[in-house]
Design a protein around this ligand. Structure first.
Ligand SMILES: *Cc1c(COP(=O)(O)O)cnc(C)c1O
Length: 376
């Protein structure tokens, strides 16, 4: 049900003195209780068929407050694509097992130091990890990624057995499992056939080499549709989840997952100008800021509202206003709205839902204030 407009506009009747730093804009409100709810719920859903959940923190830049919520919700393995984020969480005292999702050889020393497990698809990189693990007298675990059609990272399946043998011969390295990543670069669906194939690869390796794989990691938030429809998850015993925890949806069709919150994050910006102006610019048309020649439709005189937020803060195309208003465009520092029937005044706050790209950009932008609400 659509709430009334007024719920989505907050007015500044506050005096200047009352405007504390965490209420300034642009701002993202992060509802920790909603994230906790989603994390627990997903852990339960996947756990019902024997699948463990790794919580992926890269979209929130390894934010320790959020990582803490995941751990308190029972997710004790966290994964991130950046060693700096893993370091940030460790230094904040987050007690979890850490998985690195992307392994650059130049950072091998830190990988061994800060990550317990890393995803790998190049033997040459695993050899460097082996060298540093030996130097540091530690064992580093790896999950070998297998290419199953999405054409991002992964060993070609026909090379898998030889690669596994080589990995097992390396000192300081322990094979923790195999995994795959679909629906990322190529948009390929993790379906019954792909998951069945991953299971059969896992079983083959286990039988031929006489070992047990701790992880058979079938994918990410895009695996939900397969999961709910499959009779048998096979050897797949793990998924790495980011988006479905934070935004409450699966990622093949972006359908909300029943019982999850889709509004744990809220983007907030404030009105800095609100005037009746023409709907098309006047004068000679040339390029805009970004080198495009803009085109506009004539709707006569409209209420044009400028928000103090722009592309340096957020991927504007990933924002959806909760009010019935239209985003006309954006520059580095401004979003231009058509307010339609909504009476937006200077100082009002306007709130938006974010998609994954918008969330990624906001969490990464140093200009957007992060405000935590409903802390545990
Ligand atoms: C980002 C990432 C994930 C998480 O993907 P979501 O769609 O956010 O669930 C899982 N695995 C790998 C290798 C990733 O890079």
């Amino acid at each position: 049900m659509r709430k009334t407009c007024q719920n989505y506009i907050q007015s500044i009747s506050r005096t200047a003195k009352e405007i504390v730093i965490d209420m300034t804009t642009p701002r993202i409100d992060i509802d920790l209780a909603k994230i906790a709810h989603n994390a627990k719920k997903l852990k339960g859903i996947y756990g019902s068929k024997g699948i463990g959940v790794i919580g992926v923190t890269k979209v929130v830049c390894g934010d320790p407050r959020i990582a803490d919520v995941l751990v308190k919700s029972g997710i004790n393995t966290l994964a991130d694509s950046r060693i700096t984020n893993i370091k940030r969480m460790r230094e904040a005292g987050i007690k979890a097992q850490f998985v690195l999702l992307r392994t650059p050889p130049s950072q091998a020393e830190s990988v061994v130091k800060y990550a317990d497990i890393s995803l790998n698809s190049e033997l040459s990189v695993v050899k460097i990890l082996s060298k540093f693990a030996m130097n540091n007298n530690t064992t580093h675990k790896i999950i070998l990624m297998v290419e199953l059609g999405d054409l991002r990272e992964g060993v070609i399946p026909s090379d898998l057995e030889d690669t596994v043998k080589e990995v097992m011969s390396l000192e300081g390295i322990e094979l923790a499992g195999i995994g795959t990543n679909l629906a990322c670069f190529g948009g390929i669906k993790p379906d019954e056939e792909k998951m069945g194939y991953l299971s059969s690869l896992a079983r083959d390796i286990e039988e031929r080499l006489g070992l047990t794989l701790e992880f058979v990691s079938g994918g990410n938030s895009a695996n939900y549709t397969w999961f709910v429809s499959t009779e048998d998850v096979g050897r797949v015993n793990n998924l790495r989840l980011g988006e479905s925890i934070y935004l409450g949806c699966e990622t093949l069709y972006r359908t909300p997952i029943p019982g999850l919150y889709t509004d744990a994050f809220t983007m907030i910006a404030e009105v800095i100008e609100s005037k009746i102006k023409p709907s098309i610019p006047y004068g000679e048309v040339c390029q805009d800021t970004f080198g495009n020649i803009p085109e506009f439709q004539d709707h006569g005189q409209i209420r044009r509202v400028i928000l103090g937020v722009g592309l340096q803060d957020v991927l504007v195309s990933g924002l959806t206003p909760r009010l019935d208003i239209d985003i006309l465009g954006a520059s580095s520092d401004h979003i231009i709205l058509s307010a339609k029937q909504v009476d937006l005044k200077v100082g009002n706050e306007v709130v938006f839902n974010l998609n994954y790209g918008a969330l990624l950009s906001v969490m990464t932008s140093p200009y957007v204030i992060k405000r935590y609400v409903n802390g545990l």
